[in-house]
Ligand binder design. Structure first.
Ligand SMILES: *[C@@H]1O[C@H](CO)[C@@H](O)[C@H](O)[C@H]1NC(C)=O
Ligand SMILES: *[C@@H]1O[C@H](CO)[C@@H](O)[C@H](O)[C@H]1NC(C)=O
Ligand SMILES: *[C@@H]1O[C@H](CO)[C@@H](O)[C@H](O)[C@H]1NC(C)=O
Ligand SMILES: *[C@@H]1O[C@H](CO)[C@@H](O)[C@H](O)[C@H]1NC(C)=O
Ligand SMILES: *[C@@H]1O[C@H](CO)[C@@H](O)[C@H](O)[C@H]1NC(C)=O
Ligand SMILES: *[C@@H]1O[C@H](CO)[C@@H](O)[C@H](O)[C@H]1NC(C)=O
Ligand SMILES: *[C@@H]1O[C@H](CO)[C@@H](O)[C@H](O)[C@H]1NC(C)=O
Ligand SMILES: *[C@@H]1O[C@H](CO)[C@@H](O)[C@H](O)[C@H]1NC(C)=O
Length: 624
């Protein structure tokens, strides 16, 4: 009875949502610790605002091995296999080609404030997290947050064999939609290259009703891959509307004549970038700041409850041993053989070597200190932008950690070498992509547990680049959960790197994700200027961050900034984009931690900039 009253109350207090259509979650769906206490949020699931409390709904799932057949997809989504087969016009044992869109019929019903189609999932491997289950396995049809909400398990103790309850994103038509003839809502998974005009044409719906259904205000809004939009349908979807999505083509080789191409390119890119700056940065940043001004302290100074203590070093090996498949315990002899007895030729830098393990090159780092923290964290997190730990080895009290090998070394060294492509937009794309990769990694790290994990030592030498220049965050030896104040603070022995440490950390040792945001601001400035975080000038030292902040506060911004920016980024349209990135960096460097943006907001801003760069690029390729 009480529960009914409570949910009735909740329902009533959000009557404004009753008439509104659903909102679009955008990139914020990637966050893992949005609770829904502030009211229904599209980041969580779609709100119960329909005419009916339950209805038939449809989802689009992209066939991905092992979920690429009628039996496996219907099992994954708890959908009726014969219905799934018939709506896709295939036999009950059909295996779909990879990346084929598959229509999944589900029963959608209101539970509390949200619509959901219930299914369950049995965890298969040690490396799965709420995030990978929501984003990778369910492709964004589930959210990390709603999984955490419905399942009682600690994010750090998900083990193979556990059964999770998985709410899938679905919704029922609102009365306005029904009045206009909408019978079903299809939850559509956004892919690279999708746009509202494309989708509405393919499913034969009016563009306005698509925009309406997702509360978009722009005509052709930016859509993010691995998020969902709702398609209002008058009839059941048909297999003739589904397509195979081919993987995105990454940076096409530039084989044409750059001379004639460049001028045109500059023109279109100029337009694109000007649009990005005025629309995205100014609106996004001003929204961010207005919101932050209103907000009070975001991170509690201390978390009252007892904390799980870090596992002691003796437990590390046990932990590694039980983490089958994911982490391997290497034999010291194996490491010696792989590195030719740690020969100088195999040395990458300092105590890091590379070695060949059955054909695969891996990096080996010798650690003198306690490796338990790093092992424990890397064992649990799994993200494309965080370095992957393959295993570890112990020999006479020395520990060796074995990681994936990153061909292009650290960002710091790479920026020094400056092996840039010739075309300016390529350089920009490269740099923005690196920033976005790091931002994505931090965003995940900050959100996959509660309280957040903080890296604490973000700097260009802890960011590694692989062969495709995709960035991953490495060196988690200082990482820890945000628990208020660093115990080293009283002794003033700070653990971190000069030039990157946030003022509040230096003053009081306070540890929140915002100290990573601060350090990330410095890394973005390094990407922009190609300079070190500490510049040695005329025998004195100057902090890069301080220099740029004072330039932005001064009156002669553009001229002074152009003196700092990497010359290879200073084309015709470089300054406009440079100002954007600088503003974003300076926002991250704000003195008051609560005024700094969250990584999620940084990710959104950088994704939009990158998408616009890529759009301008392909546009000019077509026209050029
Ligand atoms: C729903 O319809 C009513 C009446 O036509 C209208 O006032 C309201 O604005 C509509 N709501 C939305 C979200 O379109
Ligand atoms: C999927 O298959 C497994 C094994 O056959 C079974 O245990 C599980 O209950 C099935 N899940 C659903 C949702 O049907
Ligand atoms: C969905 O609901 C219908 C009607 O209530 C029911 O017959 C069907 O078995 C349900 N399907 C699933 C997969 O639960
Ligand atoms: C279903 O498939 C058959 C043969 O593969 C084809 O002739 C028919 O047009 C398809 N129906 C729809 C609705 O796509
Ligand atoms: C779906 O799961 C939720 C939470 O486990 C539950 O409250 C709800 O009743 C379920 N819905 C259906 C239709 O089984
Ligand atoms: C998890 O590990 C398995 C092998 O144990 C691997 O096949 C799979 O790709 C990994 N998943 C992710 C998301 O990395
Ligand atoms: C989300 O999953 C997709 C595959 O479905 C993967 O390509 C992408 O990298 C994942 N996103 C993140 C942030 O890991
Ligand atoms: C959507 O349209 C754009 C051009 O407007 C095209 O480049 C893209 O390939 C289309 N995407 C799909 C999935 O058809």
């Amino acid at each position: 009875m009480d529960q009914i009253l409570i949910s009735f109350f909740i329902f009533c207090s959000f009557t404004s949502y009753l008439n509104a259509q659903q909102g679009y979650s955008g990139n914020s769906i990637l966050a893992c610790n949005k609770n829904d206490e502030t009211g229904p949020s599209p980041d969580f699931l779609y709100t119960c605002n329909g005419e009916e409390p339950s209805c038939k709904a449809f989802l689009i799932f992209k066939s991905q091995p092992p979920y690429n057949s009628v039996p496996t997809i219907s099992n994954l989504t708890s959908s009726d296999p014969s219905e799934l087969a018939s709506i896709n016009n295939v036999s009950r044992l059909m295996v779909f080609p990879t990346n084929k869109e598959v229509i999944v019929p589900v029963n959608c019903s209101c539970s509390g404030q949200y619509y959901q189609a219930n299914t369950s999932y049995v965890i298969q491997t040690r490396n799965e997290t709420y995030f990978t289950i929501a984003n990778n396995t369910y492709q964004g049809l589930a959210t990390c947050d709603s999984l955490k909400h419905q399942d009682p398990y600690d994010p750090l103790s998900l083990l193979p064999g556990l059964t999770l309850r998985v709410p899938l994103r679905c919704a029922c038509p609102t009365s306005n939609q029904s009045a206009k003839g909408t019978k079903y809502l299809l939850t559509y998974l956004v892919s690279w290259q999708d746009s509202i005009p494309n989708i509405s044409e393919r499913f034969n719906v009016r563009r306005e009703s698509m925009l309406d259904a997702n509360s978009f205000s722009e005509e052709d809004p930016v859509l993010f891959p691995f998020t969902t939009v709702l398609i209002p349908l008058m009839t059941k979807p048909s297999s003739s509307q589904t397509i195979i999505h081919y993987p995105r083509v990454t940076s096409p080789p530039y084989t044409y004549n750059p001379g004639t191409r460049r001028s045109k390119k500059g023109f279109y890119v100029g337009i694109g970038i000007a649009a990005v700056c005025s629309l995205v940065i100014c609106t996004v940043l001003s929204i961010v700041f207005l919101r932050y001004k209103k907000r009070t302290e975001e991170f509690p100074q201390s978390y009252g409850e007892e904390k799980k203590k870090q596992v002691l070093p003796e437990c590390v090996l046990i932990d590694i041993a039980s983490a089958d498949q994911v982490m391997k315990v290497f034999d010291f002899e194996e490491l010696k053989a792989a590195t030719d007895n740690f020969s100088p030729k195999s040395r990458i830098k300092g105590s890091v070597h590379h070695g060949v393990f059955s054909g695969e090159i891996l990096a080996i780092k010798k650690m003198s200190a306690d490796v338990s923290k790093e092992v424990n964290i890397l064992n649990k997190i799994n993200h494309i932008n965080l370095i992957r730990l393959y295993g570890a080895c112990e020999d006479h009290g020395h520990f060796f950690l074995v990681y994936e090998f990153m061909e292009n070394g650290s960002l710091k060294d790479w920026l020094r070498k400056k092996s840039c492509p010739e075309i300016e937009i390529e350089i920009w794309t490269q740099r923005v992509q690196i920033a976005l990769d790091v931002a994505n990694g931090l965003h995940y790290l900050h959100n996959f547990t509660d309280p957040s994990y903080v890296h604490k030592d973000i700097k260009s030498s802890n960011i590694l680049l692989n062969g495709n220049l995709r960035a991953k965050i490495a060196n988690f030896s200082l990482a820890r959960s945000a628990e208020g104040v660093d115990r080293y603070a009283s002794t003033k022995q700070f653990l971190g790197t000069r030039g990157y440490m946030a003022p509040e950390y230096l003053e009081s040792g306070s540890i929140t994700p915002k100290i990573d945001v601060y350090a990330f601001g410095v890394v973005m400035l390094e990407l922009l200027t190609g300079k070190d975080a500490i510049i040695v000038q005329d025998g004195g030292e100057l902090l890069l961050s301080a220099a740029i902040v004072s330039i932005m506060e001064g009156g002669n911004t553009e001229a002074e900034l152009s003196y700092f920016i990497d010359p290879s980024l200073q084309g015709k349209y470089g300054m406009e984009l440079a100002l954007c990135i600088t503003k974003l960096s300076v926002a991250c460097l704000t003195r008051e931690p609560e005024s700094r943006p969250k990584m999620g907001e940084v990710v959104s801003t950088l994704s939009r900039i990158l998408m616009d760069l890529q759009k301008s690029d392909s546009l000019s390729v077509e026209l050029g």
